[in-house]
Design a binder for this molecule. Structure first.
Ligand SMILES: Cc1cc2nc3c(=O)[nH]c(=O)nc-3n(C[C@H](O)[C@H](O)[C@H](O)COP(=O)(O)O)c2cc1C
Ligand code: SF4
Length: 437
């Protein structure tokens, strides 16, 4: 099937965020069909057949997740939309919420009908002030037009949508941390099982889906599961938002078929490595992903191809680094982030992220020892798979892969009294002080 942009096709057009504009493009037709014509089980089967996989990071099949929600539960069921978008290098969900918020609301309605949910919460990252305003405007418009509320699109079905703002913690993007925060507690993840589908927010069955995942639903109903599956690789298909940042001429968010070659994404869509420099490294799926060297970049950007290449699509936050990048400084930046964001419940994560930051910092600052390279691996081994949530793994993956694949940069920093950037800053401070003295 010919590829068509579904989230970003109209971005830049006047009033593209409004209900009037969205309806003119055929908006809410699929929601009306879902509410009035589709049986819940058939909707779940259609989404299963589409092979839609979660766009939040883990790539779990969406229809399969919905099917886990118990049908005979006497408790209310909830949908919690993950709009926390905190993974470094990721800026796609914000774009949808600011420029095309009704596509998200239409996806929410379809999911609610499939799983018999009457109340959806959108948990949005606290810093997203403009996106929150745009989303609230869209929700207000939808209530006023009878699209949301007690009698959605005159179907007799009730669906309410409430926005809940987070307070800027990365860990509140992890689904159980997010649900705990939504309940009013500290955003601390919980052990699974029970999974949210069985026992989620307020102890009730809960579907957690990412913004972009839900935004795919109207299109799946429009073209049908079979046609959707033909966009990109059959096992992880669909249109996909790729966020490209770092050392490229034209950074941005690009909507392309899943499975596009990474090189095409960088060289054609993002304008290539900037200033005529050479490619050194790429993080393909947000900083939690294993890094790729330039030689490893002939890979397709889809869930299974990247897993086979030893990394992951994650949140599709692609960070490009040119040959002037010192990987010691890059890793220090990443480790500082994870140490700061660890919620502290698990010792391997709380202590491990702290140790990783300290060890990489001493290498960067000219106090490193050769044994530190082995020590980094040792600390990572003690973190991986030993904690409540995957934040510890998310810190260990880049540490392991950057130290292994770019060991020359680390050896040079140890042998030469620190990383080039730190030495430059340090010497200019010392030199500056002397010249003024
Ligand atoms: C540390 C951590 C941070 C996460 N941050 C986000 C996030 O910001 N947004 C998101 O959608 N998923 C995030 N996830 C993944 C969610 O836990 C969950 O898998 C996802 O929201 C499910 O939706 P999906 O199936 O539609 O992808 C994070 C996971 C971890 C372990
Ligand atoms: S792994 Fe880290 S972030 Fe996750 S629950 Fe444990 S301490 Fe908190």
């Amino acid at each position: 099937m010919r590829f068509k942009k579904i989230c970003t096709a109209d971005i830049g057009k006047k009033n593209c965020h409004t209900l009037a504009f969205y309806k003119k493009q055929g908006g809410y037709k699929q929601a009306a069909k879902a509410l009035k014509k589709w049986a819940p089980d058939d909707l779940i089967e259609e989404v299963k057949a589409s092979n839609l996989r979660g766009r939040g990071g883990a790539g779990f099949p969406t229809g399969v997740k919905w099917a886990f929600v118990p049908k005979n539960s006497k408790k209310p069921k909830y949908l919690v939309v993950n709009a926390d978008e905190s993974e470094p290098g990721t800026f796609k969900d914000r774009l949808i919420m600011e420029k095309n918020p009704h596509i998200l609301l239409e996806g929410i309605i379809i999911c609610c009908k499939a799983v018999a949910i009457e109340h959806a919460y959108i948990y949005i990252r606290g810093e997203f002030v403009f996106a929150t305003e745009r989303l609230q405007q869209a929700i207000d418009e939808a209530y006023k037009a009878g699209i949301l509320g007690d009698n959605c699109l005159r179907s007799g079905i009730k669906i309410d949508v409430t926005i809940h703002r987070g307070a800027g913690a990365y860990i509140c993007g992890e689904e159980t941390g997010m649900l705990t925060s939504l309940e009013g507690y500290r955003g601390e993840p919980k052990l699974k099982p029970p999974f949210p589908a069985v026992e989620g927010v307020f102890g009730c069955p809960t579907v957690v889906n990412n913004v972009e995942t839900l935004a795919n639903l109207p299109y799946i109903l429009e073209v049908g599961a079979k046609a959707y599956r033909s966009i990109g690789p059959e096992k992880s298909p669909g249109p996909k938002l790729f966020c490209v940042s770092g050392h490229v001429e034209k950074p941005g968010t690009f909507e392309l078929p899943m499975g596009i070659p990474l090189r095409t994404l960088i060289d054609k869509h993002a304008g290539g490595v900037w200033k005529g420099r050479k490619l050194k490294a790429v993080i393909p799926g947000g900083t939690s992903a294993h890094v790729l060297t330039a030689a490893e970049c002939d890979v397709a950007m889809d869930i299974d191809s990247l897993a086979a290449a030893g990394t992951m699509l994650g949140s599709a936050g692609i960070i490009v680094m040119d040959d002037s990048t010192c990987m010691v400084d890059a890793l220090l930046n990443v480790m500082r982030f994870y140490h700061h964001e660890s919620c502290g419940q698990c010792t391997p994560c709380r202590e491990g992220t702290g140790w990783l930051e300290k060890i990489v910092q001493r290498i960067a600052h000219g106090e490193g020892r050769m044994e530190d390279l082995e020590l980094i691996h040792d600390v990572c081994d003690r973190m991986l798979g030993k904690t409540i949530c995957a934040l510890a793994d998310a810190a260990a993956f880049p540490a392991q892969s950057i130290v292994t694949k770019f060991s020359d940069d680390f050896v040079a920093a140890i042998e030469n009294g620190g990383s080039p950037a730190w030495k430059k800053r340090h010497l200019s401070t010392v030199g500056g002080g002397a010249s003024h003295g």
